[in-house]
Design a binder for this molecule. Sequence first.
Ligand code: NDP
Length: 245
Amino acid sequence: SPRQTDPKTVLITGASSGIGSATALHLAEQGHTVVLGARRQERLEALVSQISRQGGTAVAASLDVTDLSSVRAAVDYAVERFGRLDVLINNAGIMPLSPLEQARVEEWNSMIDVNIRGVLHGITAAQPVMRRQRSGQIITVASTGAHEVLPTAAVYCASKYAAWAISEGLRVESEPWLRVTTVTPGVTESELADSISDPETREAMRQYRANTLPPVAIAQGISYAINASDGTDVNEIVIRPTTQR
Ligand code: NDP
């Protein structure tokens, strides 16, 4: 169907590294317009340059998903630049793992703010635009940690169970013009584990994360959901390395 190849305007949160930046590159290669959201502006500018050199269309929109007004500003910027917002990808996330007993309360709060509130802020910012268009797609990057809990990952997994539930809740509440997709990656090469401050957990994760998917594997799943024909809603895609149980 011709609709399948229509270029779309896509806002990606957490586009400055890992899965988000691989997704931006992949979608831009397919001709989609990408709006890159994250806090590290210089990373975003470098990616904009790379995509532009390759003939794609990208702009940077610095944003912090913990701040609703900053996510709204990025959505407004996308609409101002390109006249519409077809897809939001709630991808920004953090994973400072530790055993509950260590009571790293600030890290728990940060995970709740970014991984849960960030998803709610994205949905809240994008929904009015998509309602006006009577068309749109909201994709949330959850995790296999949204389906199982591992030691040291109680709060991270709780935040991902929540992100999964919010995405599913949005899907069952939505009118047919909104497509809602949850993308559920397994262990993927990225900077995600760099924020683990507990040395033992860090070492355990280094071993657990010995075999990873390249982030483009997740980008391909996301693009499958975006490029699906109108009226088709890809609800959830789970992508693991074959080595992950
Ligand atoms: P990275 O650490 O490489 O990327 C995380 C991205 O999130 C960065 O671009 C970072 O940008 C952004 N980010 C963090 N905090 C904020 C914030 N407050 N506001 C805006 N952006 C923010 O990790 P991944 O690419 O792996 O992570 C992407 C998603 O994939 C996350 O939701 C993660 O939980 C999920 N995931 C990853 C897996 C993996 O094994 N890698 C497995 C399952 C799920 P900046 O710091 O510039 O703001």
